[in-house]
Write a protein that binds this ligand. Structure first.
Ligand SMILES: Nc1ncnc2c1ncn2[C@@H]1O[C@H](COP(=O)(O)OP(=O)(O)OP(=O)(O)O)[C@@H](O)[C@H]1O
Length: 250
């Protein structure tokens, strides 16, 4: 059974080359971003997540909403194990598939086929599992003879197709999606939509960060509204989106 538990989780990101001058007063009134705290005159950090406690159980489909810099992507990265929290405890039970940083683990000098193996290994596949799925993944990418060419010869849309094809071939317990997956041209998007539908439907636990209410209503039953790294509201998707929209247009 998949689950994610945050207990009083905080993430501070140190910033080494910010100037204090621009940060002086206007931070306090900033509508976007996390909380900037000058720890002393030379060291500044951004508190991207601030004391977050949260339990997501198997079957949860939650959308993360909030202003730019509210902490949504940081939360996803903590859930994926990419960021270690600076405070608090995180417990994640189940295989996690992060659908962001799609180029991560890909080698520009390796061919498409070799990159399928590389990314597959990164996502936890054994070599034999990947070999079994190679043809299917290649077909989904629809890259044809380009699969024999080095990744550096691909356009960004072509590279995304390849990463998408590999990532959606696993059956994760926990699926983490950051919006802006931007999978490419219209034909691929249509095909990607159908594959995504099945992929999302099969995940035990789904977390999506998005600014699109339509997308969130389509996939989620609950929503979590983040504000300056803190949880402002967590509950039924329609209720949270309504409250969030009201605050944005107020
Ligand atoms: N590498 C970094 N260095 C410094 N600060 C960072 C870094 N990454 C994120 N932050 C800060 O952490 C805070 C949370 O950022 P995060 O990307 O989680 O926000 P978000 O809610 O996903 O925003 P958006 O909707 O714009 O994608 C922001 O204030 C941001 O400036």
């Amino acid at each position: 059974m998949a689950s994610i538990a945050f207990h009083d989780v905080s993430v501070d990101i140190p910033v080494f080359n910010a100037t204090n001058r621009s940060l002086k007063n206007n931070i306090i009134s900033a509508a976007t971003g996390g909380q900037i705290s000058p720890r002393d005159t030379r060291r500044i950090s951004v508190r991207a997540i601030d004391g977050l406690t949260l339990n997501l159980e198997h079957g949860t489909r939650v959308g993360l909403v909030g202003h730019n810099g509210a902490g949504k992507s940081t939360m996803l990265r903590v859930m994926a194990g990419i960021y270690t929290p600076t405070g608090g405890r995180v417990a994640v039970d189940g295989d996690v598939a992060p659908m962001f940083d799609l180029a991560f683990g890909m080698d520009p000098d390796a061919t498409g086929w070799d990159n399928i193996i590389l990314r597959g290994r990164l996502l936890g596949f054994s070599k034999s599992e990947i070999r079994r799925r190679m043809d299917e993944i290649g077909a989904v990418s629809d890259l044809g003879a380009f699969l024999d060419m080095p990744l550096r010869t691909y356009s960004s849309g072509m590279a995304t197709r390849l990463a998408f094809a590999v990532s959606t071939s696993i059956r994760p317990d926990i699926l983490l999606i950051d919006e802006g997956i931007g999978a490419g041209d219209a034909a691929f998007l249509q095909q990607a939509k159908e594959r995504m539908q099945r992929f999302i439907g099969e995940a035990g636990l789904l977390v999506i960060a998005s600014h699109s209410n339509d997308l969130l209503r389509q996939w989620c039953t609950t929503a979590l509204w983040m504000e300056h790294g803190r949880m402002r509201m967590h509950g039924d998707i329609d209720e949270v989106l309504k409250a969030y929209q009201a605050s944005v247009s107020a």
